[in-house]
Design a protein around this ligand. Structure first.
Ligand SMILES: C[S@@+](CC[C@H](N)C(=O)[O-])C[C@H]1O[C@@H](n2cnc3c(N)ncnc32)[C@H](O)[C@@H]1O
Length: 256
């Protein structure tokens, strides 16, 4: 598996799977992020734990689907350590759910932690999904697409693998500046530009909700309370907007 092109690895060494593993598998980060999740979470009360908030964020993405029972093949792309994929597999109990990650170590950890009949994990890059054209009903992507090289290539790949009418549900971060974990190609100034990119990739935008105040805000406050002020500042500076989106595959038109 070639998770990153050489040129990408040179420009964004911190996005190499080995580098990502250093953070996501580090015990201190595990404590800070909440169990086997690795996202900012959707906070509702100050007494929430990061794990509760992360599960709530995943549930908010699942709740965008009004027809869970019709899905047969469901992907969770950028699946981290598998907690979200397991939560998705519990809801889509009649479907096959596959968690995808470009890191073999994270995949190995997810496979050991979560064993369910309808759940599997595969090591692959988000922009080269190992699924035939039109074979997938739903794709989840929780707080990962801002890293992919590129997000637009990911949208094209999801469009290819989804059946007509299939849907993508994503929690995503809009950044107005590139940094060593956000490629320059993924910089997007606002939700309207984000929606325009989704439409150009052949999707109807069903939902685009801004949830910045319930995600990065309270998560940064949690980090500050835990004595991690510098990381709190980094993620607040980096995040212009935090959004939850539901997209439906449409036929592509020549006009883009
Ligand atoms: C912020 S974490 C989110 C993990 C998980 N979705 C969750 O909510 O707990 C981003 C994940 O995306 C994965 N990732 C980053 N770039 C990727 C790529 N190009 N292809 C597949 N996975 C990727 C990372 O390894 C990491 O597991």
């Amino acid at each position: 598996m070639s998770a990153m092109q050489d040129a990408d690895a040179e420009r964004y060494p911190n996005l190499h799977p080995d580098a990502y593993d250093l953070a996501i598998l580090h015990p201190q980060y595990r404590k800070m992020m909440g169990g086997n999740f690795y996202n900012f979470g959707l906070w509702s009360e100050a007494s929430d734990t990061p794990e509760i908030a992360s599960a709530r964020l995943t549930q908010a993405a699942i709740d965008l689907d009004r027809e869970t029972e019709s899905a047969r093949t469901v992907l969770d792309v950028g699946c981290g350590l598998g907690a979200g994929s397991a939560q998705i597999a519990d809801v889509y109990c009649h479907a096959k759910v596959c968690g995808i990650n470009y890191s073999p170590r994270q995949i190995a950890r997810a496979e050991t932690t979560y064993r369910k009949e309808n759940l599997s994990f595969q090591c692959a890059d988000a922009v080269a999904l190992p699924f035939p054209d039109g074979s997938v009903d739903r794709v989840f992507c929780i707080e990962a697409a801002m890293h992919f090289q590129t997000r637009v290539d990911f949208l094209d790949e999801v469009w290819r693998t989804l059946r007509p009418g299939g849907q993508l549900y994503a929690a995503d971060i809009l950044c107005t500046k590139a940094n060593d974990i956000i490629p320059a190609e993924n910089v997007v100034p606002d939700g309207a530009s984000y929606a325009a990119k989704c439409r150009s990739a052949g999707f109807e935008v069903l939902v685009l909700d801004t949830i910045t105040d319930r995600t990065v805000g309270p998560f940064a406050a949690h980090l500050k309370r835990s004595g991690r002020g510098p990381i709190a500042r980094f993620i607040k500076d980096m995040t212009q907007e935090y959004i939850l989106v539901a997209l439906r595959k449409e036929a592509k038109t020549n006009g883009g």
